[in-house]
Design a protein around this ligand. Structure first.
Ligand SMILES: [Zn+2]
Length: 500
């Protein structure tokens, strides 16, 4: 669907998550977009409806006007029909990987670095090794098939913006992930991977090669929704010779700088004992001058008080991924200590290979449940704070003009169905709480990004390149069948981090 000149959406409930009162809950609210930008947000009244009709006439597109979501009981005062459900900002994912959906359920009961070698590195190598025959069978590049599938899953769960850490073999394929994103209509920062030590041999490269990839990315034409930043895979897999010039590139181009840090106990211990003796990954990063407010670390699970102090002092941002951290048995970060120290922390999903989905509401819930159980304190991380940690907070970390519904912000929002049995009864006073504690994440009915409808009536629409959800799913099914065959006979990969 094309972007309409004026789009209005009126719903039973509205959570703008905007200043001056981020906790404000509105009964019967609306949002008006002009093209890709929000113009008005607030309580709906019959006068508002009449005013919109008078000002915009037939140029006004009323979202969902002829759908089953129209709340017939509400009438259509002022002629803008009201949709049942809650309207709120679309979710923002500050850390993920778009190549992992085809490997959900693969190598599940293994720790991080053996899982990387047995699932992620093997899969991304497979797509390169069998590229031509996969392309012939799927009718498109296998990587494009995987990347489109990731876009489909994000939209399914109401995520319209993400930082995609394009690691391992994916680092050579920046144009394809960018094209998948442009076609999907989402917003993406691609953190471009690289490594020069302690990783599977065929992925090691030199700083000039990593810098060359970034320069090459800037020459990709026709991108409106995609940008790039340095994203060395791990601190253990990049020496100072690699990290220092990459951070310099980020400063020169005013971009973020993104990497995995201190994710798993064994590798973090090994880092301090052998890789950079006497230093944690964070102490090492600070010692070479790569931490500042534009540096974003994923995980930071194994994080002592001195690390917390360094991260707070340097303004470094942290992305917490509770689904991946628990499934891989990595541990959980000292989240409450980080927040108390003033560190900005977003909650995210990580890639689907470790998570094993993009259900960001479930990630927020799990993050809170773990901290409450650990500290035996039910007052920690209330629902309002959790919603902000998957909307406004990651948007601020990624420096994106979204994550809240306010005039001038990008028109990215979701409508969430409250009629599902698990969401009944939802009222104004338990609305925010139910989204975190009662939702299962599949209630996302409508998704709008930059004023364009990406999902409506619970169905993701065709992408701008014509690919439909059905074709995307069929291609990934074939891809995963082929990978299962390849995996059964491929020699074991070793060499990543502590998996040696
Ligand atoms: Zn990750």
């Amino acid at each position: 669907m094309e972007v309409q000149r004026y789009t209005v959406c009126r719903a039973e409930f509205l959570l703008p998550l905007s200043e001056p009162d981020r906790a404000r809950r509105i009964r019967d609210g609306y949002v008006l977009a002009e093209g890709e930008t929000i113009r008005e947000v607030g309580p709906y009244t019959p006068e508002v409806g009449r005013g919109l009709r008078d000002r915009f006439g037939s140029a006004l597109h009323v979202l969902g006007a002829d759908s089953s979501r129209v709340d017939r009981a509400a009438g259509a005062e002022g002629s803008i029909p009201r949709l049942s459900g809650v309207l709120m900002p679309a979710f923002v994912k500050a850390h993920g990987h778009d190549h992992e959906q085809p490997i959900i359920g693969v190598a599940k009961d293994e720790p991080l670095t053996s899982w990387l070698d047995h699932a992620v590195n093997l899969f991304t190598r497979f797509m390169s090794a069998e590229y031509e025959s996969l392309r012939a069978e799927l009718g498109c590049s296998p990587r494009l098939a995987a990347y489109r599938m990731a876009r489909l899953c994000d939209i399914h769960y109401g995520i319209t913006a993400s930082m995609v850490h394009h690691c391992n073999h994916n680092k050579y394929h920046l144009e394809e992930v960018a094209r998948a994103n442009e076609a999907a209509g989402t917003t993406m920062i691609v953190a471009v991977g690289g490594q020069d030590r302690h990783y599977v041999e065929d992925l090691l490269d030199r700083p000039e090669e990593a810098l060359g990839r970034l320069e090459g990315a800037l020459r990709i034409g026709g991108l409106e929704r995609t940008s790039f930043c340095p994203g060395p895979d791990q601190l253990f897999s990049n020496s100072r010779e690699m990290l220092v010039p990459l951070k310099a590139w980020a400063r020169e181009h005013d971009t973020l700088f993104h990497t995995h840090s201190s994710e798993e106990p064994k590798t973090t211990r090994w880092f301090r004992e052998e890789i950079e003796p006497g230093m944690t990954p964070v102490e090492f990063a600070e010692s070479i001058g790569i931490l500042d407010e534009q540096s974003v670390l994923a995980h930071q699970v194994h994080c002592g008080p001195r690390d917390v102090e360094i991260l707070a002092r340097t303004g470094t941002k942290v992305v917490h991924n509770p689904l991946a951290n628990t499934i891989l048995g990595s541990g959980m970060p000292p989240l409450m200590e980080m927040l108390a120290a003033g560190i900005t922390v977003a909650i995210s999903t990580d890639g689907s290979g470790s998570a094993d989905n993009q259900n960001i509401l479930a990630a927020a819930r799990l993050g809170a449940q773990y901290q409450r159980a650990l500290h035996q304190d039910a007052t920690l991380l209330p629902a309002q704070q959790l919603l902000e940690m998957i909307t406004v907070v990651p948007a601020s970390i990624l420096r994106l003009n979204q994550g809240e519904l306010a005039p001038g912000r990008q028109a990215d929002w979701v409508l969430i169905d409250l009629n599902r049995p698990n969401m009944v009864p939802t009222r104004l006073d338990n609305l925010t709480e139910n989204l975190i504690w009662a939702a299962d994440g599949s209630e996302i009915d409508t998704v709008v990004a930059r004023g364009r409808v990406l999902k409506e009536g619970g169905r993701v629409l065709a992408f701008l390149d014509g690919s439909t959800p059905e074709r995307i799913v069929a291609a990934v099914r074939k891809l995963s069948e082929r990978f299962a065959v390849y995996r059964a006979s491929a020699p074991e990969l070793k060499g990543t981090g502590a998996h040696r």
